[in-house]
Ligand binder design. Structure first.
Ligand code: 7TS
Length: 421
C-alpha cells in the first residue's frame, strides 16, 4: 500500500468522535487575532497551548487549595499533598511505568537530563568511558554529556544520520561497544520530526548492559509511550510541550537505578534525617525532589495528561499524520522550498528552507500574516551543520491544528516569495 493509502486507511480507523473544531474551543488562546488576523499557531514543538481544564485547574489550586505539601498538618496542606500525589499516579499510568516512585518531578527535560548526567554519570562513569548520542540531538541532550565528559574524562560519540534525517542503524550499532557506558537518544527530533526506533536502540544497548536515556520531549504530545515496552532506563519530558504548564517536567527512571544514584540537589524534603555529622536521604521519589516543588505545575500537568487521555494519543497520532502528509504535499509544490528531514517515520514537524531566503525573514513575514512558526537552529546547531544550513523555518503541528491553517501557511509563504521573488 502507498503511504497515502496507508494514511487514508488509518483515517478510517480514526475515532469518528475526533472533532478538531470542538478541541480548538478548549484552547482560549487559539481564538485570538494577531495583527488583525486569526492566529495560526504552528510552533507547538517550542511549546504547546493550554486547554481551559488546565488553566481552570491552576486557577482553582491558587484560589482554593494553595499550601505547601508534605509538611503541614492542616486541611489545605493535605488537599495539596493529595492532589500532588494523585498527579504522580496519573503520570505513572500515562507512561505505563511500574511504580509511582519511578516518576520524579523536575523542571523539564533539560533538568531531567542534567540530573541523570550528574547523578548517574558522575557516579558510574569514569575516564575513557564513552557516551553515545545521535547527530539529531537537542542541545539539552548534548551539553550535559559534554559537561560530564569534561569533568571525568569520558568521550562523547555521535551516531550519524543519513540525508533523509534518519539515524543510520548500522553505524549506531557499530558505535555500541564495550567502552560505551551510556546511551542518550531523542525519541523524536524537534528539528526534523524523525521518529527514532528507540525500542530497537534500547535492545542494542542492553545486549551490552548499557543504560539508555530517551529524550521524550517531542514524543509524548504526538505518540503513545509505553515505558515498559520501550524498555529504556530513563525517560524525560517537559510539561509545557504536552499542553501543561511551564517549569514542570518528568524524569522516569528504573527504580533499581534511581535507588543506586546519589541525590542531585540537597535541601528540604529529600532527607530522612539531618545531623551535622551525617545526613540520610529520603526514599524515592523524594530523594530527587529537594525543596518546595512546583506544586501548581504538577497538578496542572496532571490535568493536561487527563485532557490528552480523553482524546487519546492514538487518535491524536492518526490525525496529526494526516495533517503532516497534507502539509508535506502542499509545501512540496512551492517552488524552491526544500523540506529538511524526510524520514519514513515522522511526527508532525516540518523544517524547510529556501536557498536564497533566510529562515528569520520567512518567520517575520509569516508572523505578519498571523502564522506563528519558529525560525533558527532549534537548539540543534550540530544538526544544522550536518544539514549544511544555518537555520530552518519550522512548522510544528498539534492535534488542534487544521488543514485550513496549513493552507494559510502556504499562502503566507507565497507572500514571502513575492517579497523576495
Ligand atoms: N529535547 C527536545 C527533543 C526538545 O525539543 C526540547 C525543547 C528539549 C529537549 C528541551 O526542553 P525544555 O522544556 O527543557 O526546554 N525544544 C524546543 C524547540 O524545539 N523549540 O523550543 C524548544
Amino acid at each position: 500500500m502507498t503511504k497515502r493509502g496507508a494514511v487514508l486507511e488509518n483515517r478510517k480507523k480514526l475515532d469518528a468522535s475526533f472533532q478538531v473544531e470542538r478541541y480548538r474551543r478548549d484552547f482560549p488562546i487559539l481564538s485570538q487575532k494577531v495583527y488583525g488576523k486569526p492566529l495560526a499557531y504552528l510552533d507547538n514543538a517550542a511549546t504547546t497551548q493550554k486547554p481551559k481544564s488546565v488553566i481552570d485547574m491552576l486557577n482553582r489550586y491558587y484560589s482554593f487549595e494553595n499550601a505547601n505539601i508534605h509538611r503541614g498538618i492542616h486541611y489545605l496542606s493535605q488537599q495539596a499533598t493529595d492532589a500532588y500525589d494523585e498527579a504522580r499516579q496519573t503520570i505513572q499510568k500515562f507512561l505505563n511505568a511500574r511504580e509511582a516512585r519511578e516518576i520524579i518531578f523536575v523542571r523539564g527535560t533539560t533538568e531531567g537530563i542534567n540530573l541523570v548526567a550528574q547523578s548517574y554519570g558522575h557516579t558510574f562513569l569514569k575516564s575513557g568511558d564513552e557516551i553515545l548520542i545521535t547527530a539529531m540531538e537537542h542541545h539539552s541532550n548534548i551539553v550535559p554529556w559534554q559537561i560530564l565528559s569534561d569533568q571525568i574524562g569520558a568521550k562523547l560519540r555521535v551516531a550519524p544520520i543519513n540525508d533523509n534525517g534518519e539515524l543510520i542503524l548500522e553505524e549506531f550499532e557499530k558505535l555500541v561497544n564495550e567502552r560505551t557506558k551510556f546511551v542518550a537518544v531523542t525519541h523524536i527530533s524537534n528539528a526534523l520530526g524523525t521518529m527514532n526506533p528507540v525500542k530497537r536502540l534500547v535492545q542494542m544497548a542492553h545486549q551490552l548492559n548499557i543504560p539508555v536515556l530517551v529524550d521524550g520531549a517531542q514524543a509524548v504530545p504526538h505518540t503513545v509511550v509505553d515505558i515498559q515496552d520501550l524498555g529504556c532506563d530513563f525517560f524525560v519530558f517537559s510539561g509545557h510541550k504536552i499542553f501543561g504548564p511551564t517549569g514542570i517536567g518528568i524524569l522516569y527512571g528504573k527504580a533499581e537505578l534511581l535507588e543506586k544514584m546519589p541525590p542531585y540537589q540537597g535541601g528540604g524534603d529529600m532527607i530522612s534525617s539531618v545531623r551535622f555529622e551525617k545526613t540520610t536521604y529520603n526514599k524515592l521519589p523524594f530523594k530527587f525532589e529537594a525543596g518546595t516543588p512546583h506544586i501548581a505545575g504538577v497538578i496542572g500537568l496532571g490535568a493536561a495528561i487527563e485532557y490528552v487521555n480523553q482524546i487519546g494519543l492514538k487518535n491524536i497520532f492518526e490525525y496529526e499524520q494526516e495533517l503532516l502528509h497534507y502539509a508535506t504535499s502542499v509545501l512540496m509544490k512551492i517552488p524552491g522550498l526544500r523540506i529538511m528531514g524526510q524520514a519514513r517515520e515522522k511526527a508532525s514537524i516540518i523544517s524547510f528552507v529556501f536557498d536564497d531566503i533566510h529562515a528569520h525573514d520567512i518567520g517575520t513575514i509569516l508572523d505578519q500574516q498571523g502564522v506563528a512558526i519558529r525560525a533558527g537552529h532549534h537548539c540543534a546547531m550540530p544538526l544544522m551543520e550536518r544539514l549544511g544550513v544555518p537555520a530552518t523555518a519550522r512548522a510544528s503541528f498539534a492535534f488542534y491544528n487544521t488543514k485550513e491553517e496549513v493552507d494559510r501557511l502556504v499562502q503566507a509563504i507565497h507572500a514571502v516569495l513575492e517579497v523576495f521573488g
